[in-house]
Design a protein around this ligand. Structure first.
Ligand code: ADP
Ligand code: MG
Length: 235
């Protein structure tokens, strides 16, 4: 039996930024494979390259060298439009701040994603309602962002990222604006959705209390990724 290729695979990924006269190495020869239906947590100090890792995996920033393969597509071969289409169709992105559109209701936030992908409005609405139900917001579908709590807004954000059925789900510190209890609920939700939707999920988190629920934890330090499990090793 051969294993299926991982929906997300990084090989020898190096990313530098201009820094004065030289270059700052944000990612240094990073290798990472994330199987479908599994969640990899990324921990590490501020400035170690965690967000850069997600930006490269999201095809938002092309690396200096190395390969990023998403859902079987070598993203280095794509032009800007190709990368945008891949992001729209195969990658769900959840950033720290939900960035919801103030004038739209929860269900409309999700429907916009389907409009962009050219789906039929009626199908899109049904799917949006199903996803809001999956994140526990069935009864909040017609609320606008200002009528939702911080935790509820982050749930809408997560549901929106899943709207086009992504193979890869990339999440950057989703609990940093939430209290401990709401943060734990959001992490639980991400674990559950990863299993239910078979996404290859990467979660950058400061929240070391819940790492035992992840399939794997990796650590970033100075742009280098160590595959050593750190679960439970944090003091
Ligand atoms: P983390 O998410 O772990 O805090 P980042 O990936 O945001 O780390 O940053 C890694 C390093 O790259 C840091 O030294 C940061 O200052 C630098 N960096 C990040 N984004 C940029 C950018 N757009 N331009 C220049 N330097 C950047
Ligand atoms: Mg960051």
């Amino acid at each position: 039996m051969t294993a299926l290729p991982s929906p997300l695979s990084l090989r020898g990924v190096t990313l530098t930024y201009p820094d004065g006269d030289g270059r700052l190495t944000a990612l240094d020869s990073v290798d990472l494979d994330v199987p479908a239906g599994s969640l990899t947590a990324v921990v590490g100090p501020s400035g170690s390259g965690k967000s850069s890792l997600l930006a490269v995996a999201a095809t938002l920033v092309p690396p200096d060298s190395g390969s990023v393969v998403v859902a079987g597509t070598d993203t280095g071969r794509l032009d800007r439009a190709g990368r945008a289409a891949l992001r729209r169709d195969r990658i769900g992105i959840v950033f720290q701040q939900p960035n919801l559109l103030p004038s739209l209701t929860a269900v409309e936030q999700l429907q916009v994603m389907a409009d962009l992908a050219g789906r039929r409005p009626r199908e899109a609405r049904a799917r949006a309602l199903e996803l809001l139900d999956a994140v526990g917001l069935a009864d909040r579908a017609d609320r606008r962002p200002h009528q939702l709590s911080g935790g509820q807004r982050q749930r809408v954000n997560i549901a929106r990222a899943l709207m086009n059925d992504p193979a890869v789900l990339l999440v950057d510190e989703p609990t940093s604006a939430l209290d401990h209890e709401r943060g734990a609920a959001v992490l639980d939700l991400l674990v559950r959705l990863t299993r239910a939707r078979s996404t290859a999920t990467v979660l950058v988190t400061h929240d070391l209390a819940h790492l035992e629920r992840m399939d794997r934890t990796v650590r970033m330090a100075d742009g280098r990724l160590s595959a050593d499990a750190v679960t439970g090793a944090e003091g």
